[in-house]
Ligand binder design. Sequence first.
Ligand code: 8OZ
Length: 367
Amino acid sequence: MNSLFDPIQVGAMALTNRTVMAPLTRNRAPGAVPTPLMVTYYAQRASAGLLITEATAISHQGQGYSDVPGLYAPEQIAGWKPVTQAVHEAGGKIVVQLWHVGRVSHTELQPGQAAPVAPSAIRANTKTVLIRDGAPTFVDTSEPRALELSELPGIVQDYRLAALAAVEAGFDGVEIHAANGYLIDQFLKTGSNQRSDAYGGSIENRARLLLEVVAAVTDAIGGARTGIRLSPVTPANDVVDADPQPLFDHVLRQLASHPLAYLHFIEGATGGPREVPDRPFDYAALQQSYRAAGGRAAWMVNNGYDLPLATTALAEGADLVAFGRPFIANPDLVQRLRQGGPFNTPDRATFYGGGAAGYTDYPALAH
Ligand code: 8OZ
């Protein structure tokens, strides 16, 4: 039986273990440029089998929060290079999460203070984070405008360019963020997509943007360096689909014909309960359907895992387990899981924004 501490080959990446650091937004990149403090933060956590960076904007339009990093300008690529170098020197692997927030943004963050973009002009009943006077402030998202059909190829192209930039910055690969109510998830789900063109209506149409992005990214850098994050039933950022099981069944059957490194699932509500009331979902059936269609990517699970739950998941067919908040507080989480603790407690007050406090100052165990 596989344990969290066994190595695994995931696409082009040889991982030393199956413990993954989940993507975690930390809002410590002023001007969207990665900093030396971020180099320290990621390098401290390099004993994870795989690090997935915090969500990273593929374009200025794709940004929805203050001080999150980007990967579309030369200074951003230059800022990421020492991160990937330090992680590799410490023996780790790192992929960057490619992000377009769609409607989860604010005019203050958009080019020319324009309205954020979305499949349809439906505001998300959710908040975004603006850093004001150095402190995170939660504000309502702005009213979005519906994207023109003619704008979609440009967005797909932004994903392609960001994937190429990721390779240039030294990343081992990318994760396409298609979860948590951001642009791709907004297109997938009925509550946020009321389009009447080729990108709305039927399941096939709502899945079109995701599949075009996957095709562009894998064409640019190879499926062996590409993962995807999905959250079939999360209520995060006010998304909902009327019938998620057949939607995701279609998505996975389509993905089965692309070589991919991994598929990453947030089970239940992001950062919350693993079961969402009135939104049942059968992940095992989804995996079966994907495998039956010939899909071979590694299966990564996430949300509220501890060692016993992770061990059960691996026994039941998961290949990788992603941990979020435990990695904030425990840079050497793999070692701590191995020896049964102890675990530092994450401090919510320093999750978003700020400096080294609550970021790079959580202690590792003495060796
Ligand atoms: C927390 C705060 C801001 C953004 C996600 C990128 O949920 C995020 C995010 C999380 O995927």
